[in-house]
Design a protein around this ligand. Sequence first.
Ligand SMILES: NC(=O)C1=CN([C@@H]2O[C@H](COP(=O)(O)OP(=O)(O)OC[C@H]3O[C@@H](n4cnc5c(N)ncnc54)[C@H](OP(=O)(O)O)[C@@H]3O)[C@@H](O)[C@H]2O)[C@@H](O)CC1
Ligand SMILES: Nc1ncnc2c1ncn2[C@@H]1O[C@H](COP(=O)(O)OP(=O)(O)O)[C@@H](O)[C@H]1O
Length: 270
Amino acid sequence: MTGRGWTGADVAAVLRMPTASDDKYSRGVVGIRTGSDAYPGAAALGVEAAWRTGVGMVRYVGLRRAEDLVLARRPETVTAAGRVQAWVVGSGTDPDARTEAETAELRELLQGPVPVVVDAGALSLAIAASAPLIVTPHGREHARLRSLLGLDPDDADAVVETADALGGVVVRKGARTLVAAPGGGLIAVDAPTSWLATAGTGDVLAGIIGALVATVDAGDADALRSAAVSGVWIHGDAARRASIARDGGPITALDVAEHVPAVVGSLLAR
Ligand SMILES: NC(=O)C1=CN([C@@H]2O[C@H](COP(=O)(O)OP(=O)(O)OC[C@H]3O[C@@H](n4cnc5c(N)ncnc54)[C@H](OP(=O)(O)O)[C@@H]3O)[C@@H](O)[C@H]2O)[C@@H](O)CC1
Ligand SMILES: Nc1ncnc2c1ncn2[C@@H]1O[C@H](COP(=O)(O)OP(=O)(O)O)[C@@H](O)[C@H]1O
């Protein structure tokens, strides 16, 4: 399997410096519906990452325990209902523990006009979606998703086939992350450091991608794929910087989120 690469210049083309005529809404609003009583931390990680990527507003929708954690970490997060330009769902959720009401609301989101980044526990709902879609499975989740789509679960690198069957962008995470859009070519992004293989970095990635998706044209399939690949690139570079800041030592998921602004700033300054 080979795929074309992605460069800092490609990422910079997706980013936009705010101008004097911007306000918080024109900069994009991302809605994050993640976390659970079992995994409240995933909510805080995704919300932190979305803010750090540079949207005008992050709205969070979730259970009390996760919401409290999100607000303790990021009081600027808005927990009132309202419009968003992208959703992030599923990180830190277990489909077996989800209520019927929550499943129905997720299904409704997945039938709507707003693009949805689907991670972890919500992946099984993605197969029935009609919304513009980006799914972010790791290897095991990708195999499960392929089974649900009637594809060979063992064909780990057949990401283009998964994207075609799903009708959405697929980001199959790993040391080498593969990204494909329906009918499109494959793009591969190699992680600059394997310190990234640590709990919660996938939740951070979903927040980064959600923030980028909130700033692009939802009707443009190419733009959605570019936002997804750029999110993977930013995530990897933030991990590299986070480790360098610790003399090449280990990092945590929150360290990755905290280094995202430096990645974005340096790309916009080129
Ligand atoms: N801070 C947070 O809130 C975080 C929340 N998170 C959230 O957690 C949820 C589940 O995500 P996940 O990726 O762990 O799920 P999944 O693909 O089912 O993997 C399970 C597989 O792992 C294996 N396994 C388990 N323990 C093992 C061991 N010690 N050594 C070796 N293998 C071991 C296990 O094998 P088994 O024990 O069954 O043999 C099974 O095959 C998801 O919602 C995610 O967002 C995470 O993002 C982390 C931070
Ligand atoms: N060996 C590795 N080297 C570099 N990056 C990795 C490696 N393994 C996994 N990753 C990256 O780490 C992140 C892990 O995400 P995920 O599996 O969803 O974890 P979690 O659910 O704990 O957040 C992904 O971005 C993936 O690309």
